[in-house]
Design a protein around this ligand. Sequence first.
Ligand code: MGD
Ligand code: MGD
Ligand code: SF4
Ligand code: MO
Length: 741
Amino acid sequence: MDKLIAAEPPQFRTCPLCEGMCGVKVSVRDGQVQKVRADPDNVFSRGHMCPKGVTLGELHESPDRLRGPVIRDGDSWREVSWEAALQHCETLIRPVLAQHGSAAIAAYGGNMIGKSFDLGRYVGYLLGSRRVGSQYSSSAVDQLPKNLTSLLMYGDMWRIPVPDIDRTDLFVAFGANPAASKGSILSHRDVMGAIRDLRARGGRVVVVDPVRTGTALAADAWIPITPGADAALLLAVVNVLFAEGLVRLGALADQVNGLDALRAAAQAFTPEAVAGFCDVAPAVIRDLTRQIAAARSAAVYGRIGLCTQRFGSLASWLIDVVSVLTGNMGCRGGVMFSKQVADQMALSPRYPADAPIQGRRSRVRGAPSVLGTFPSSCLAEEIDTPGPGQVKGLVTVAANPVLSAPGSERLDQALPHLDFMISLDNYINETTRHAHVILPGPSLLEQPHWDMWGWPWCLTSGGHYSPPLFVRPGMAEWRVVMSLGGLLSGKSLADIDVEAEDDAYFARMCRHVGLDPERILALAPTHGPERILDLNIRSGPFGDRYGEVAGGLTLDSFKAAPHGIIVGEADEGVPLRTTSGRLELAHPYLLADIPRLAAAMAEPPADVHLVSRRTLRSMNSWMNNVESLASGRARCTLLMHPHDAAALQVVTGDAVTVTSTAGSVTAPAEVTDHIKPGVVSLPHGWGHDRPGARLNVAGRRPGVNANSLNPPDLLDTISGNAVVNGTPVTLSKAQVVEESQ
Ligand SMILES: Nc1nc2c(c(=O)[nH]1)N[C@H]1C(S)=C(S)[C@@H](COP(=O)(O)OP(=O)(O)OC[C@H]3O[C@@H](n4cnc5c(=O)[nH]c(N)nc54)[C@H](O)[C@@H]3O)O[C@H]1N2
Ligand SMILES: Nc1nc2c(c(=O)[nH]1)N[C@H]1C(S)=C(S)[C@@H](COP(=O)(O)OP(=O)(O)OC[C@H]3O[C@@H](n4cnc5c(=O)[nH]c(N)nc54)[C@H](O)[C@@H]3O)O[C@H]1N2
Ligand code: SF4
Ligand SMILES: [Mo]
């Protein structure tokens, strides 16, 4: 029986699992979660949720979830006190720092950071550049191209435009499948419902994707495209907009730089010139362009299929360019920028650009860090290649790169050679099984929640505070994080004054938002993440600035509103923080990458391309360990077109071996005409067959790791983002389906 924080459940929370921000009602009996259901009164989600949210209790109660820190002794794990765990960290870190300095320490930050109340607010302290020599992150297998293009175009890496699907007349989605993902960099209570509503009011939806996804099935038109070819198609759209005199800058007319350079850059990319590369007919490209130009409003959107491909930055840039050229940027029904109640990035002194576009080059491969992050696949070689600067110590924070990043096999083999590996993680999984110490965070029900990865992409401005439901046994996570940060900066535990450091950390944020730290510290003496959230709300556009603005919001306003508060909606217009003060439509950094695209268009095409997918009942790698989601039909299957299946003489269920220059996996075929011929699709996040991982549910249905096929050196060069879509592969019929499927 777990200890409740207060005695009056049911409790109303926001489900933190994806960007959907569904309000849920958690009922408890005898210290156990009885059920989790949608909260019809949540002001944002109004009763919408999905099957994952229902499992918040199961996640909390999972016997595989670590309740306290563990230290590895050979192949076994020992539960220890928090003090002993941190002491062990000190013993591990000290000699590495003494011998090699912080340059030999790397950190890998993962997806769950943004969902954790303490990590999300203290990770900046932990992974500051004074403590960690090189940074790696799941962002470089995700949205890094979007960060890059937003920085170049608008001067702010975290201002990413969001499609206004509730008011648009035409929604065009590239490489996104909200039917499974529930929307990403697009937080909406119900994206698929909005698509239905849009069509019901006479609007149109077009999906550009090599797979006829659930989203494509709900759309008016599906444009199957060769994976990795979107940048070429979008350049042709730009070409046609200029050629046919369809460019309308509207309100942005006198705020835009680079129109002529853009026209020149797109000159050679006529629909005829790109049609073969994209496998999309010129007439289809012209028709799509004219539809976007003619629509009263059009919301053009691209997500993971667009970012994690060979030309992820060009494609991400061009998506926004099309919006600007057709008068849909910063406008209702087009794409808009959120106006947050508590913009976490606004508290960061390093904001709006966290780091220079290109920083130091990696030691082994010579790849530059981009916006402070090295390509994910560099980490393995930095660990296993001897020489000055070799990575000797690693901190992973809520990440599972052994499954989630290309080069995963080499990383798996390199990790045991580290002098130390410390993981902040709730499970012993494929990555953390190599750690010397694992420092788990609270369960999602043992911590407060305020969605810091949903509201930034939401055109409704509002907030919802979820109080913790159960008591977290042991040390508060922010204290663990600060202690570890102190150790990484060379202090000994005895010398770390967590509370003084916390005050200093908080004071820096106060100064950054123009508030006098002494005044605020006197008003807000309680340490920890809630004080930071309160500052974030109070210093934001709707806040009370600690009494300076009458009627302004505070964290207490939200604590008094169990179903959340909506305060308004996003403003029209484009917030510009570029040095020119103008929207940079044709930044030279991006233009310089066009010849690489032109060269790729001249290469002989691959016979078969591999792409990735998600399923509704999964969350990256880690929720494959939830029994009620895992049961049922096998999900780690290879989607393939009947033509490709016939060529191999395979039918659904037969084992097919997929081989690339990086490796080979065998998975059961799922033959379907909902995929373009010459394209196969595997879900990502699988491959739970490594010994020593303690994921008992996932281990029974391990599936295969799609990333063993994605070559570590294949990058979107200018962002360093990984390529996990569009990998050339070959197929062959395998003799038996391995038991692992
Ligand atoms: N082939 C292919 N690869 C991909 C993708 C793809 O589409 N195709 N997608 C990419 C994308 S978009 C992403 S975001 C990345 C994700 O990459 P990662 O972030 O590396 O992978 P996750 O599976 O999300 O790992 C989450 C980690 O958080 C831990 N965890 C869970 N709950 C908690 C908690 O409360 N606290 C702490 N401290 N840890 C917790 C889990 O045990 C797990 O180790 O994968 C990328 N990789
Ligand atoms: N249920 C569930 N929800 C999730 C997650 C999860 O694992 N499970 N993960 C969360 C995370 S971390 C993220 S980042 C989001 C991602 O959210 P989405 O971007 O919606 O992700 P996917 O559902 O993988 O859809 C990507 C689509 O891109 C297509 N695609 C692949 N290559 C190309 C290409 O070259 N061009 C084009 N045009 N399309 C291509 C794929 O076929 C696929 O349909 O989802 C989040 N939500
Ligand atoms: S859609 Fe996302 S936020 Fe909503 S219940 Fe499902 S996982 Fe949770
Ligand atoms: Mo992601």
